[in-house]
Design a protein around this ligand. Structure first.
Ligand code: SAH
Length: 406
């Protein structure tokens, strides 16, 4: 079968030559043949030079996502299977395959940076949870599921209920459910060091858990000893559990979501049952962080450690300035609530906000708080969420760990 062609406008081949995976519709001069939605297209320069192959996504501004920069081999099922297998092999630890390791929570496939645009696969204790977020990823769904089962998945559960599918013109119905293998239990237990987390893959955020903060949780926990901790945007307890295990004097988990806090409470029970965090007083507060921080400011409350891990405030560059005001607001409030020597662990998962800009926002907040801070550390998404050097957009999560020096 003839593969359809996407011909770029003159001079618009540069980013593809730099192995960037996205081609925007404005860069395309014309298509030849009739490319299918999600189907493979050959990408050529205006002069007819072949640059590689990508997936066609006509409804999206990103109309092609490159799969291969090798013009000699058109991607087929075997190609996709190999990409998945090598992605999994990179997550093997000490020779142990990621899927056969009991209670491991790990991102197995991280989209563009693993050469599989639009595809996310997380594994929890051997169950895979998928997100097919682009037309190309959707096109290879069966191949993906088969490859994961062949690699030893207990089951594959889909959580493609992500808004980006709308921009790709993909249906939102039937995006949650079992695709193959055995139904996962209501809650899956994963281990992160000494900590056990229960993960709800059906109703939880994203695929159920924030695996991307694994390394940051360990960094913060190492600073938690003896501190009264306020864990803002706690979700199911993530940073709070790590801090309790790290010897925090107390942990207050603050979130708007009651189900998230209920699961957090069960996770703290598990922690204590395992013999950790025994001396730590734990509280769960269902409230809006913006309001609660103001309340604590007015009450003159102080904390030794504050974690700010909010949801994405900016979806796009256009929302950046509004998002910056939100980040500045919570950081300013958090900084004011710290005891002398207190630690602020503050994060942004907005891909549209670069780490330099995030640091500028925090600097301005510190200035307005009239306090001095040292940067104790900078954190990034965990290493199973890799960033391809050709695709800086893949670096979405950044964090600053600051110490109040006054
Ligand atoms: N720190 C967590 C992940 C946080 S996700 C971990 O490591 O697992 C962001 C959380 O913020 C979600 O649980 C969401 O319910 C909560 N949230 C969003 N807006 C909020 C607000 N205004 N006030 C309180 N919680 C909020």
């Amino acid at each position: 079968m003839d593969i359809a062609k996407v011909v770029l406008k003159r001079g618009r081949e540069r980013s593809v030559e730099h192995r960037h995976p996205w081609i925007f519709s404005g860069a395309v001069a014309r298509t030849e043949g009739s490319p299918a939605v999600g189907g493979t297209v050959e990408v050529c320069t205006d002069a007819g030079r072949a640059l590689g192959f990508g997936s066609w996504s006509p409804a999206s501004q990103i109309c092609v996502r490159m799969l291969s920069f090798d013009a000699a081999r058109a991607p087929d099922e075997a190609f996709i299977g190999e990409r998945i297998a090598s992605s999994l092999a990179r997550r093997a630890e000490g020779g142990r395959a990621a899927l056969s390791e009991a209670n491991r929570g790990v991102r197995l496939v991280h989209g563009e940076s693993d050469g599989l645009p639009g595809l996310v696969v997380d594994a929890y204790d051997g169950w895979c949870v998928t997100q097919f977020a682009s037309a190309g990823a959707e096109r290879w769904r069966q191949t993906t599921v088969a490859a994961l089962m062949a690699a030893g998945a207990k089951g594959v559960f889909d959580r493609s209920d992500v808004d980006v599918r709308k921009r790709e013109g993909l249906p939102m119905e039937g995006t949650v459910g079992l695709l193959a293998g055995v139904e996962p239990p209501e809650l899956i237990e994963i281990h992160e060091g000494a900590i056990r987390y229960l993960v709800d893959v059906r109703n939880g955020h994203k695929t159920g858990f924030y695996l991307d903060q694994r390394e940051a949780r360990a960094r913060v926990a190492a600073l938690a000893e003896g501190r009264e901790t306020l864990n803002c945007f706690s979700y199911t307890g993530g940073f709070g559990l790590a801090c309790a295990a790290g010897g925090a004097r107390s942990v207050e988990n603050l979130d708007l979501s009651r189900p998230a806090l209920d699961l957090a409470a069960r996770n703290f029970d598990l922690l204590r049952a395992g013999g950790a965090g025994a001396g730590c007083a734990v509280a769960f507060t269902c409230a809006d962080v913006f309001r609660q921080l103001r309340l604590y400011r007015d009450q003159g409350r102080k904390f030794g450690l504050i974690v700010l891990d909010p949801p994405k405030f900016a979806e796009t560059k256009g929302q950046l300035m509004r998002a910056a005001r939100g980040y500045k607001d919570i950081n300013l409030l958090g900084m004011k609530l710290l005891r002398p020597g207190g630690i602020l662990a503050t994060f942004s998962c907005s891909g549209a906000m670069g780490s330099d800009f995030f640091e500028t926002v925090c600097r301005e907040a510190a200035c307005d708080a009239r306090r001095d801070f040292q940067i104790v550390g900078r954190t990034h998404q965990a290493s199973d969420h890799p960033v391809s050097i050709a695709f800086p957009e893949g670096a979405y999560l950044k964090g600053l760990i600051l110490r109040a020096v006054d």
